[in-house]
Ligand binder design. Structure first.
Ligand code: HEC
Length: 101
């Protein structure tokens, strides 16, 4: 299998196996449940690019994060059906806190 096919399969598996976080889950809990597999426990990157301090995402507006999480990007799956508006806002707050250190 090519590398692209392997990554595509991983994305598909991750997309299918995620369950919805609890409604009152913190941003950090949502991140570790839905994002850490691909972006690393500390946002350092892995299958997906780094999201932490000095990353591309750190320089982008909230709308970039929202669009990416809701609609997916490249091989990253969409999370529109797994997150409420409040959960999405908490998740983005968490990412911003880590980026600001
Ligand atoms: C199955 C693996 C996977 C999961 C799970 C995943 N991502 Fe991603 N993510 C990726 C990949 C791969 C990219 C790069 C997509 C591209 O540009 O082709 C990416 C890109 C991104 C980007 C854009 C980064 C940039 O600099 O362009 C952001 C922001 C992001 N992901 C946030 C998240 C968040 C938040 C979650 C959890 C809700 C998450 N991702 C879950 C794989 C994943």
């Amino acid at each position: 299998m090519t590398r692209v096919a392997v990554l595509g399969l991983l994305a598909l598996l991750a997309g299918c196996s995620v369950s919805r976080p609890l409604e009152d889950a913190t941003g950090a809990e949502i991140y570790s449940m839905l994002c850490a597999n691909c972006h690393g426990d500390d946002l350092e990157g892995g299958i997906g690019p780094p999201l932490g301090p000095r990353s591309n995402s750190a320089a982008r507006p909230d709308s970039f994060l929202e669009t990416t999480i809701e609609h997916g990007r490249g091989r990253m799956p969409s999370f529109s059906t797994s997150l409420s508006e409040e959960q999405l806002a908490r998740l983005i707050d968490h990412i911003r806190e880590v980026q600001e250190g």
